[in-house]
Design a protein around this ligand. Structure first.
Ligand SMILES: Cc1ncc(COP(=O)(O)O)c(C=O)c1O
Length: 401
C-alpha cells in the first residue's frame, strides 16, 4: 500500500480555498491601477495594527527591511552593538549589520530555544562597562555602545519579555522584537498583569509575511508595528526613498514599500489568522498527546506565560540526521531551523566567535527537527508522522541496548 506524502507545509490548500477572494484583489488593482500605496495598503496597515494592539503598522517589502528600518529609524547604526541570539534566521543579524551596527550574541534557553535572560543579564553585568559620562553601556568585546536588544520570538513562541524589558530599562537599551515567526503569539506580563500580543511590547517589532509564515503574502512582504508616532513617521519615509512628499527627500531612504496587491491579499488572509493559529495550536496539542510519553524525544515547551502560535513544531532527538532520512524515506517532509548557529556561519567569521561560545545553541542545532506543521494538517497525517518517529526511536534504542 502506498501512502500519500505528507508535506512539511501545505501552501496550496489555503490559496485554493480563498482563490476567488484573492483574485478580486488583483482585479481591483488592475482596474484602479493602484499598485503602490493607496487604500489597500492603508486598510491592511490599520487592520494589522489592530490585530497586534499597536497604534501604528508600517508595511514594508520584507521582514528583513522591517528590522533594518526599525533600527535605522531608532537611530541605531555605526558605533553601536545590538544584542541578539545565535539561534535565528540570518536576517536578524543582516539587519543589524546593514544598519551599520555590530551583532553580539547571548545564548538561548535550553527549553524555549529563545533568549536566555540569565545569560543576557550576565552579559550586561560582566561583559560590558558603564560609561558614566554618557550613561551608555559599552561592550568590552566590541568597544561599542550597546544600543539595543533584539529578542526573537522563534518558532511562534515568545521570548521572556518581562525581564528583557526590565534589563533594557536598567541599561537604557532599546528593544526591537523580531516577531517574524510569531504573528498572534501572546505573552502574559506579570509586571503589567495582562496579556500582550507579539509585536506590542518593544519600541518596535518586525514581521515577515514570507509565504510560509503564519500570515504569508503571495510574494515578499513585511511590516513594522510600533506605538511610537515619530518612529512610524521615519519608517514610512525610509521605505519610500526618504520622502514624505513626492520628490521632497528629507533623508536618504530605500525602495522598501509593501505592494498594494500584497497588502490586499494580506488583509483578506488576516481575517483567517486567528482561526489558522488555533488550528496550529490544536495540531501541537495532538502531537503532544501522541508523543507525550515517548522516550528519546524532547517536545516543544510552552511556558505558562505564553500562547505560542507554532509557526514551527520543533522536536529534539539524538541521531537527528538519521531520523530526517528515515522520515524522508517514509514520504514525510521535515526541515531544520537552523542547522548552523549564526556565530559559526562563514559570513560572520570576522565577528571572532568560536565553537563552544554558545553551548546550548550548538547542542540544540545538532538535535532539532521541525515536523510537518500547518493549519490543515490532519490527525491521520499526524498519526503517520508519530508512527514513523516512534519506529525510528525504538529501532535506535534497540541498537544501543
Ligand atoms: C526570525 C526571522 N527574522 C527575520 C526574517 C526575515 O524576513 P523576510 O524573509 O521576510 O525578510 C525571518 C524570515 O524568514 C525570520 O524567520
Amino acid at each position: 500500500m502506498t501512502s500519500e506524502p505528507i508535506p512539511f507545509l501545505d501552501l496550496r490548500t489555503p490559496h485554493r480555498e480563498l482563490e476567488a477572494e484573492l483574485l478580486q484583489v488583483v482585479q481591483q488593482a488592475f482596474r484602479t491601477a493602484g499598485f503602490i500605496g493607496g487604500p489597500m495598503l492603508q486598510a491592511f496597515e490599520g487592520a494589522f495594527a489592530a490585530f497586534c494592539s499597536t497604534r501604528y503598522c508600517v508595511g514594508v517589502s520584507s521582514g528583513t527591511d522591517a528590522l533594518r528600518f526599525a533600527l535605522l529609524a531608532a537611530g541605531i547604526g555605526n558605533g553601536d552593538s545590538v544584542i541578539t541570539v545565535p539561534n535565528t534566521f540570518i536576517a536578524t543579524t543582516e539587519a543589524i549589520t546593514q544598519a551599520g551596527a555590530l551583532p553580539e550574541f547571548v545564548d538561548i534557553d535550553e527549553h524555549t530555544y529563545n533568549m536566555d535572560v540569565a545569560k543576557l543579564r550576565e552579559y550586561l553585568e560582566t561583559m560590558c562597562w558603564l560609561d558614566s559620562t554618557t550613561g551608555s553601556v559599552i561592550s568590552h568585546r566590541t568597544g561599542k555602545r550597546v544600543a539595543a536588544i533584539i529578542p526573537v520570538h522563534l518558532y511562534g513562541q515568545m521570548a521572556d519579555m518581562d525581564p528583557i524589558l526590565a534589563l533594557a530599562e536598567r541599561y537604557n537599551l532599546l528593544v526591537i522584537e523580531d516577531a517574524c515567526q510569531a504573528h498572534g503569539a501572546e505573552y502574559f506580563s506579570k509586571r503589567q498583569n495582562r496579556w500582550y500580543t507579539a509585536g506590542s511590547m518593544g519600541r518596535a517589532a518586525a514581521f515577515s509575511f514570507y509565504p510560509g509564515k503564519n500570515l504569508g503574502a503571495c510574494g515578499e512582504a513585511g511590516a513594522v508595528t510600533t506605538n511610537d508616532e515619530e518612529l512610524a513617521r521615519i519608517m514610512r519615509m525610509l521605505r519610500d526613498h526618504g520622502q514624505a512628499k513626492k520628490y521632497y527627500h528629507e533623508i536618504e531612504g530605500y525602495n522598501g514599500r509593501l505592494d498594494a496587491i500584497q497588502a490586499g491579499i494580506l488583509r483578506i488572509k488576516l481575517e483567517h489568522l486567528a482561526r489558522w493559529n488555533e488550528k496550529r495550536r490544536e495540531c501541537a496539542q495532538r502531537y503532544q498527546e501522541m508523543l507525550g510519553s515517548a522516550e528519546g524525544i524532547v517536545l516543544p515547551y510552552e511556558a505558562s506565560s505564553v500562547k505560542a502560535v507554532y509557526h514551527l513544531y520543533v522536536v529534539r532527538v539524538q541521531n537527528r540526521d538519521d531520523l530526517q532520512r528515515h522520515l524522508t524515506a517514509a514520504g514525510i517532509g521535515t526541515s531544520i531551523h537552523y542547522p548552523i548557529p549564526l556565530h559559526l556561519q562563514s559570513a560572520y567569521r570576522a565577528l571572532g566567535y568560536e565553537k563552544a561560545d554558545f553551548p546550548v545553541t550548538e547542542r540544540v542545532a545538532a538535535e532539532i527537527l521541525s515536523l510537518p506543521m500547518f493549519p490543515g494538517l490532519t490527525p491521520a497525517q499526524q498519526s503517520r508522522v508519530v508512527e514513523q518517529l516512534l519506529e525510528f526511536v525504538a529501532s535506535t534504542s534497540a541498537q544501543v541496548a
